[in-house]
Ligand binder design. Structure first.
Ligand SMILES: Cc1ncc(COP(=O)(O)O)c(C=O)c1O
Length: 447
């Protein structure tokens, strides 16, 4: 019963409840990222507030400890506080000085060099401060390069709230307007497709070929399954080929998959080269970042020196990257240390794949033995029991029970890090095992 899970939750987290009450007075919904309510207030709960993190563990303000499956919103692939990153940041802060210079520095060059070495399709990079900016810049570059306007994206695909791409994100997709205050005219140049359906995307490309600038896709790590790898590889290959034929670009949004699925991200994992790639999350080593990278010929359109030197008109430049915090020194340093570790230790990726498979197969076993129809989604380091056949109330009960058992994994899904060990996996598995037992009557009610 939700009631008894909620009672236990409230008993364990009184300080979080107090803080959330304060948050609601000064922040809409009490959050700075809409995801972070986790829908908990809809059943009378509230998000827990965190005060510390180490490895793959976090502590809330009430001193409860959790195995962290969210890992800094998927940024912390090496765990919280990896020593080389912390050491380098401390050195910058204490020995060197300055948290943000706002002036070019060698570290930004070093990070750009590392990115282009690890992701072969990336010859040049422009840093910014969020994935949302990066995807917006990528679309502008694609339109500038091709001289065309139409963008194809997947229904449900998330690339941030920027007005070029905040379309066809939330269901129902037929209802075009995604946000009050957003100018609907932008949607005129955006087409939605069903990810994975080759016919659908090839047809949409064909129908829009005269005015098609790009296709932008993210490869969801929690909507796909291990066995989909070949299908996705073929899908991306066909899309790339069709785009080439029609002089349009493939943008891979690798804000999540970049440096996570492989050193070279989804492109390496699925064997495709993007024309433009957007990054975020892991690239910042735990600090805020975004970046757009790709073929030199395309990125050079953003070279403002051509305008400054009087070689080009302002309208011949693709104006991107005006962020105050772009190339922030702390971010560059944390990113460099993180990528260096990932580049040197390919085994991290093998282990993530192995641990991901282990946790998914353990969940499958639990569901099979209990006679429950839930599918376990996820590729490589991601896992997600698909509970969509349940009511919102039951899904929230599941999540609250997870929290009560010391597992932080909302929606409920998880992204493993290199420091999740067998004990952490076991804690996840035992939590799901117990929840299935505790909720068996409600779970059996679904058709
Ligand atoms: C695939 C994808 N693209 C873009 C973004 C937006 O990035 P940011 O939150 O850094 O603005 C996200 C964020 O989660 C994402 O998952």
């Amino acid at each position: 019963m939700l009631k008894e899970a909620l009672e236990e939750f409230k008993k364990k987290t009184p300080k979080s409840q107090e803080i959330y009450k304060r948050a609601l007075q000064v922040m809409p919904g009490g959050v700075s990222h809409n995801l972070r309510t986790w829908k908990l207030p809809s059943v009378g709960a509230y998000p827990i507030h965190i005060k510390a993190a180490e490895g793959c563990h976090i502590w809330d303000v009430d001193d409860n400890e959790y195995v962290d499956n969210w890992m800094g919103h998927m940024t912390a692939i090496l765990g919280h506080n990896p020593e080389p990153v912390v050491k380098a940041l401390r050195e910058q802060l204490i020995m060197v000085g300055g948290t943000h210079w706002g002036i070019v520095n060698e570290k930004q060059v070093e990070l750009a060099e590392l990115v282009s070495r690890m992701v072969p399709s990336v010859e040049m990079v422009r840093f910014c401060s969020s994935g949302n900016e990066a995807t917006m810049y990528a679309v502008r570059l694609a339109r500038g390069y091709t001289g065309k306007k139409v963008v194809i994206k997947a229904f449900g695909g998330w690339h941030g709230y920027n007005p070029l791409l905040n379309w066809y994100h939330l269901k129902p997709f037929e209802e075009i307007n995604e946000s009050k205050g957003q100018v609907l005219d932008n949607a005129e140049y955006v087409r939605g497709v069903h990810f994975g359906n080759i016919e659908n995307i090839l047809d949409t490309i064909r129908k829009n070929k005269e005015n098609l600038a790009c296709v932008i896709l993210e490869i969801s790590m929690t909507k796909n399954r291990e066995q989909d790898r070949k299908k996705i590889t073929e899908y991306l290959g066909s899309v790339k080929e069709a785009l080439k034929k029609h002089n349009a670009l493939l943008i891979l949004d690798e804000v999540i998959t970049g440096f996570r699925l492989a050193q070279g991200g989804a492109q390496e994992y699925f064997g495709v080269n993007a024309d433009l790639t957007t990054f975020g999350k892991i690239l910042g080593g735990g600090m805020p970042i975004g970046a757009v990278g790709g073929r030199e010929e395309i990125l050079r359109l953003a070279n403002v020196v051509d305008w400054q030197a009087g070689r080009k008109k302002k309208s011949d430049i693709v104006w991107i990257g005006g962020g105050t915090f772009s190339g922030n020194i702390m971010t560059m340093i944390a990113g460099i240390e993180t990528l260096k570790i990932l580049k040197k230790n390919k085994s991290i990726y093998d282990n993530l794949e192995k641990t991901g498979r282990e946790i998914r197969s353990s969940f499958r076993k639990i569901f099979n033995e209990a006679g429950l129809p839930f599918e376990v989604l996820g590729i490589q380091s991601a896992f997600k029991p698909n509970l969509h056949s349940l009511s919102l109330k039951s899904r929230m009960e599941w999540v609250i029970r997870l929290l009560n058992k010391g597992v932080f994994g909302h929606r409920p899904e998880g992204y493993l890090s290199s420091v999740h060990n067998s004990k952490d996996v076991k804690k996840n598995v035992m939590a799901v095992y117990s929840i299935v037992e505790e909720m068996k009557n409600e779970l059996k009610k679904i058709d």
